[in-house]
Write a protein that binds this ligand. Structure first.
Ligand code: TYD
Ligand code: MG
Length: 451
């Protein structure tokens, strides 16, 4: 079979070149050429007058389908998908290698008894997948495994098997024989995803694509894939920890607000439906440098444990190191402590860690970060069962945060009885007023922290 002719097109200006080049000779942009299959012009279609017009529908006449959704066995997965998998949708699941993407998808489809699954793997052999499946437990005999990387063969197989759900593990390993570029390149990923999308839409079969992310946290070929697919989910967590968070980055059929929580165990992933206190490690009584805060994720609130260590600086430039927290924000908070409380942080190396391997961005955790640092600086534990909820401003004031009532309620439910909040929000709390300590600014807060 002769190969289709391909050309390289500059993604910046549209200049076409027969060969790849690092720099576009037309617009001078670098690394912008992408290989594309040349579509032969069909002479019969040249005259537009011979084309039959389409049928646009008045917006009032469109019948709205209530999406039928396929349940994926795990409520945490369904929650993130917006209630289940929508037929004909293309779902991209991204995450770092080893985080558990293959496990999550395989585990879900292995439990969907009565649903025909085609799991296509370009990464593992059939026996490797069987081994993993046995570890997880097989409850769906209609799960077919196919190891192949050629997209044309994959599509032919899908069309002959007609599965209810297709899984491609991973999109970076599949390639079209029409393109000369190697698998994993933007042009290959885009072309394969396009062909799969075409099939998904015409057959109403949902397809789950697994994708690796690059060092910057983007799914390789990000722009090209994210606008093609309907749902983008990101699986994250720390390889050395057991918890995994599933976050939607884009969802055409639901909100991107919810997150799913899982735990990696010896026999696969376990969903955590009440994640309130999972991120809090054992007994911390009497330890300095530990403080608890809250983060709001979707409709749920989590308690988080923040650990800090302020040690005498080794070099003349002190180190500031934050894991799971934005380093710039951390430095800003340290500057606020230094300026408003007069602590000599310049002489200290300061480390910050969010327990459980979580990455957080909720400003409501500021007050807990500050508490952990001050506690470590003075080597004095904060009061037992304290929880700190508040954003810290540059002038040192403790600012109000979103969902305050929910956060306070969750902290009380989990046994915290000394909850620090911004004084401007005290009136918003109806239950548990006796457990609240209202603080106006960081100076006021420092006087109440150890008492
Ligand atoms: P995997 O799903 O292969 O990751 P990905 O597809 O994202 O690259 O999962 C890899 C890790 O999960 C691996 O290091 C082992 C661990 N694991 C468990 O701890 N328990 C299990 O039951 C399974 C199947 C995997
Ligand atoms: Mg994998």
């Amino acid at each position: 079979m002769s190969k289709d002719k391909t050309v390289f097109v500059c993604q910046n200006c549209g200049y076409v070149s027969p060969k790849w080049a690092g720099k576009c000779s037309n617009c001078n942009s670098w690394n912008s050429f992408i290989e594309e299959v040349l579509v032969k012009e069909d002479k019969t279609k040249k005259n537009t007058s011979s084309v039959n017009p389409g049928n646009p529908v008045a917006i009032h006449d469109i019948v709205q389908n209530v999406f039928f959704r396929m349940k994926m066995h795990y409520s945490e997965l369904d929650r993130v998908l917006g209630g289940g998998l929508v037929p004909g949708s293309l779902v991209l699941l991204g995450g770092e290698p080893g985080i558990g993407k293959s496990t999550l998808v395989l585990q879900s489809v292995l439990n969907l008894a009565g649903t025909k699954i085609l799991y296509i793997s370009g990464e593992e052999s059939e026996t490797q997948i069987k081994l993993r499946a046995e570890r997880i437990g097989i409850n769906n005999p209609d799960c077919f495994i196919y190891t192949e990387t050629n997209i044309e063969k994959i599509l032919a197989t899908i069309k002959s098997l007609c599965p209810d759900i297709v899984v491609i593990d991973s999109i970076q390993t599949v390639a079209s024989a029409d393109l000369s570029s190697s698998p994993g390149t933007v042009s290959q990923i885009r072309e394969c995803a396009r062909q799969l999308q075409e099939y998904a839409k015409e057959s109403a079969t949902p397809i789950i694509l697994i994708g690796h992310i690059n060092k910057d946290g983007d799914i390789a070929g990000p722009m090209s894939l994210e606008h093609i697919v309907d749902v983008v989910l990101q699986f994250e967590g720390d390889n050395n920890h057991f918890y995994r968070l599933l976050r939607p980055k884009k969802n055409r059929f639901g909100s991107t607000y919810e997150i799913g929580v899982f735990e990696m165990a010896g026999n696969g992933l376990k969903e955590i439906t009440d994640p309130g206190n999972i991120l809090i490690s054992g007994d911390n009584t009497g330890l300095s440098g530990v403080a608890f805060g809250t983060i709001a994720e979707g409709s749920r609130t989590f308690l988080i444990e923040i650990q800090s260590l302020a040690a005498n600086a080794v070099f003349s430039t002190p180190q500031r190191n934050a894991t799971g927290f934005d380093t710039r924000r951390f430095q800003m908070l340290l500057a606020v402590i230094e300026k408003r409380l007069g602590l000599k942080l310049i002489q200290k190396d300061i480390f910050l860690n969010i327990a459980g391997g979580l990455k957080i961005s909720d400003p409501a955790a500021d007050l807990a970060v500050i508490s952990a640092v001050i506690s470590s600086y003075f080597d004095k534990p904060v009061k037992e069962n304290s929880c700190f909820i508040g954003e810290v401003g540059l002038s040192g004031q403790i600012r109000p945060v979103s969902f305050i009532e929910k956060r306070v309620g969750e902290a009380i439910r989990l046994g915290f009885d000394k909850i620090y909040i911004s004084s401007s929000q005290k009136s918003e709390i109806k239950n548990g007023n006796s457990k609240l300590t209202a603080v106006t600014d960081i100076k006021d807060f420092a006087t109440k922290l150890f008492k």
